[in-house]
Design a protein around this ligand. Structure first.
Ligand code: ZN
Ligand code: ZN
Ligand code: ZN
Length: 154
């Protein structure tokens, strides 16, 4: 048996792509200043969160990490404060806020940050609550609509 090689050559015309990239003027330009301010706030918050994580595992009282001693001061305060966030203590409220922010982005199951796991559980429960609330609202709305449609057709 003999194998025969047959070669087909297809001439494929190369087409130039007529579509050219056009530059859309950015709408966000107008909000550039706002964005900048927001960005610096985001950076600040990130730094605070970094310090929070660092300070919770830092044992050195003379640590040079920027903000470390400040945050450790906050930890100390939160431990001994009698007013607490619920009583209106500004420092405790700040701590609470930072912990909440941290817990939201924390994926560490063995996290060193105090109350991180409590906070995560709390956030998770709040999320479930708001989810079921939303779902209940949607179901209610759909029932109402169904009733309306049924009413209109009758
Ligand atoms: Zn430190
Ligand atoms: Zn306090
Ligand atoms: Zn954490």
């Amino acid at each position: 048996m003999k194998l025969s090689n047959s070669c087909y050559q297809n001439d494929v015309g190369m087409e130039d792509d007529p579509h050219k990239l056009t530059n859309h003027p950015s709408v966000a330009d107008r909000h550039a200043q706002n964005k900048e301010a927001r960005q610096s706030r985001v950076v600040q918050r990130r730094q605070m969160l970094d310090v929070l994580v660092h300070a919770s595992r830092c044992g050195s009282p003379l640590c040079q990490y920027p903000g470390c001693r400040k945050v450790k001061g906050l930890f100390r305060h939160a431990r001994s404060c009698k007013i607490r966030a619920s009583g209106g203590c500004d420092l405790c409220k700040k701590m609470w806020y930072l912990h909440q922010l941290h817990a939201r982005s924390c994926e560490e199951s063995q996290c060193y940050v105090p109350r991180c796991r409590d906070m995560k559980e709390l956030l998770w429960r709040l999320q479930q609550q708001s989810y079921s609330r939303r779902r209940a609202a949607v179901i209610k709305m759909m029932r109402q609509r169904a009733a309306e449609i049924a009413g209109n057709s009758g």
